[in-house]
Design a protein around this ligand. Sequence first.
Ligand code: PEP
Length: 259
Amino acid sequence: MAKVYKKFVVANWKMNPLDADSAVKLFSAIREQAVRARETLVVVAPPLLFLNTLTRLGNDKNISFGAQNCFWEEKGAYTGEISPTMIKGMSADYCIVGHSERRALGETNEMVNRKVRAALRNGLTVILCIGESERDAEGTYLEFLERELHEALASVTKKQLSQILIAYEPIWAIGGSAERSCAPRDVHEVVILIHKFLKDIFRVSAALEVPVLYGGSVAPENTEKLVREGRVNGLLVGGQSLIAANFCKIIEIVDSLVL
Ligand code: PEP
């Protein structure tokens, strides 16, 4: 039976590194750390170009692969797109959907929803990214997050809940050094709200079990506080996932924490 993980560390390599040799080198270093984890799953989401090469190196203990995006159709005349079926065919089990960098290129909640449903239909686990671009004192960003969740998860069934992870990634916190990240207490507040919103949508207690990750300027220095005080099930890491030593440290810290 497949191991059920309580903690996750996701590497979003974005459009890096530049060649397959560097991807293999980075992955090999990450794998060495990941196989030592006790209860943490490390999901590596490289550029699709490298996915086959990396999955062939082996789906080792505590390691899964993910895509950074997918299309909603299975096949056909959609130049430049990759379908969930193709992703699954490359031995990846996860797909990041709705990342803010894709939304900035024009992806709407409706498109995110179509991608979420297609990915789930094809047996992928979706890492659904939500996050506000700014926070206001009146708390309207919370309504924004609620709408993102509602619209992205429209027509998703209760049964599919076990294939969903939510990544809370405030856009203003992405892409900086550790000081830019969201305050752990504020992360915790959003985790509570995400579970409440999911419960409102799905009306089952399993909604409260959906893992919530945090992403945005995660580094070894802020990992412990973000996970412990933010009460998240793990982290989605961009920039620091390209620096093997730092990413390995993040895995080690997350794995050592008792949730
Ligand atoms: C991201 O873009 O998903 C992300 C979390 O990036 P970073 O860690 O660089 O802020």
